[in-house]
Design a binder for this molecule. Structure first.
Ligand SMILES: Cc1cc2nc3c(=O)[nH]c(=O)nc-3n(C[C@H](O)[C@H](O)[C@H](O)COP(=O)(O)OP(=O)(O)OC[C@H]3O[C@@H](n4cnc5c(N)ncnc54)[C@H](O)[C@@H]3O)c2cc1C
Ligand code: FES
Length: 380
């Protein structure tokens, strides 16, 4: 990978209304709750573990309050220009929305990750970060149920900490069962914060299990989250609202346990942080198709390009072959970065979590999920 410049995002253009600081009006102006896009400033950086840092992002210079509000469990989409390519990624907000003056993102450095390495290694206090959101339906603010079970692993702890912080600060009266797993005590992300919340909130019951505790001073539970652990810790598990977030393998194993324990699908909310995938092609990169496609015709009207799509190929994948440059982040239907307007035709989408009813009315589709039923045209 080519060396990464320290400052990746240009500050907003003077005439960019969405990105412009609200100035002295910020405190009195009504907050923008969604679809905000602009720049935040890195105010401080805290090392959580050897590979994880929390970045406290502040409103644009001079503003007192963030230009948006969020619900605990939501995330921001951030964009960087790295090695000449624009790259988007999603990061859950780990702070509580009760603090309107900052937002925390807690980022794990993936050894071969394009963007997380850039963020963790190179982002400095004072840098501007291009962000959009807040986004996401993996939310819990205490109105949805009278108790909640938060199951997470690794960096999947971030939305759970936001939820726990919020409920604690609001003195929410319900039981919070917080179950977390990581490898060793050194990998316990935001562990000090969880312990502090536990001291403040008698309704917050925390259980942490470590999978590679040998040789450490850990004297708590060991191993993965199991059926036995959950039934021992959480009475009437099947009747409670459950949130689950972690690596794909942990999520699949835990979902199977919850199904065995009779948890109805409606009680379970999940958030996947991404699929295991090879390094994604940068927006604008042209990939060569490997075989002649025989599927429906897809027209990218803005680029004036058209091609037949392969069986099981998504509109995003075809766009990458043609060098169209549709932006993406998660590629699993969660973040909404790949939204494009479809002007004709019909598609199927396995996941459409990030589409609002308004998006659907307006013909917006998720390129990373969309598979054409027949010929289609999109504005891209
Ligand atoms: C809703 C949502 C919320 C999220 N919240 C958080 C959060 O709070 N904190 C957080 O840290 N992350 C979070 N993520 C994950 C985050 O968006 C990124 O996916 C993550 O940081 C990895 O991005 P990257 O660019 O560093 O890795 P990418 O370059 O996208 O690589 C993805 C993975 O593939 C591996 N990889 C890359 N290249 C190769 C290769 N050639 N061969 C094999 N493997 C390879 C990388 O090591 C990495 O694990 C969230 C994701 C979503 C969708
Ligand atoms: S890339 Fe995230 S929804 Fe398509």
């Amino acid at each position: 990978m080519s060396p990464l410049p320290a400052q990746q995002t240009a500050p907003p253009a003077a005439d960019d209304k969405a990105a412009r600081p609200a100035g002295a009006d910020a405190a009195s102006a009504p907050p923008v709750a969604a679809n905000w896009r602009g720049y935040l400033r890195v105010g401080s950086i805290l090392a959580e573990t050897p590979s994880v840092k929390t970045f406290r992002l502040l409103p644009p210079s001079g503003d007192l309050l963030l230009p948006f509000t969020f619900v605990p469990g939501q995330f921001l989409n951030v964009a960087f220009s790295i090695g000449g390519a624009r790259m988007n990624r999603s990061y859950s907000i780990s702070s509580s929305p009760t603090h309107r003056e900052y937002v925390d993102l807690t980022v794990k450095r993936e050894p071969r990750g394009a963007v997380s390495r850039h963020i963790v290694d190179l982002l400095k206090v004072g840098n501007q970060v291009e962000a959009a959101g807040p986004v996401g339906r993996f939310t819990f603010d205490g109105t949805e149920a009278d108790s909640v079970v938060l199951l997470s692993a690794g960096v999947g702890i971030t939305p759970m900490v936001s939820i726990s912080r919020y409920l604690t600060e609001r003195s929410w009266p319900g039981d919070i069962f917080f179950v977390y797993t990581c490898r060793t005590p050194a990998d316990y992300i935001l562990g000090g914060e969880v312990a502090a919340l536990q001291r403040r909130n008698p309704k917050l019951r925390v259980a942490v299990t470590m999978t590679r505790a040998e040789g450490t001073d850990w004297n708590g539970p060991r191993g993965h989250i199991t059926k036995e652990l959950l039934t021992r810790l959480i009475p009437d598990l099947a009747s409670r609202r459950i949130h689950l977030c972690g690596p794909v393998s942990m999520m699949e194993a835990t979902k199977a346990i919850l199904a065995e324990l009779g948890v109805p699908p409606d009680n379970l909310k999940t958030e996947q942080f991404g699929a295991v995938k090879p390094a994604p092609a940068a927006a604008g990169t042209s990939l060569k198709p490997t075989a002649t496609a025989a599927g429906p015709q897809v027209t990218f009207s803005t680029n004036n390009k058209s091609a037949k799509i392969h069986t099981d190929q998504t509109v995003l994948e075809l766009s990458e072959e043609l060098g169209i440059g549709i932006e993406f982040s998660c590629r699993i239907g969660t973040c909404g970065v790949c939204k494009v307007k479809m002007t004709s035709g019909e598609v199927t989408m396995a996941v459409e979590d990030s589409l609002t009813p308004e998006d659907k009315t307006n013909g917006i589709i998720l390129a990373c999920q969309a598979k054409p039923k027949g010929d289609i045209a999109v504005e891209a």
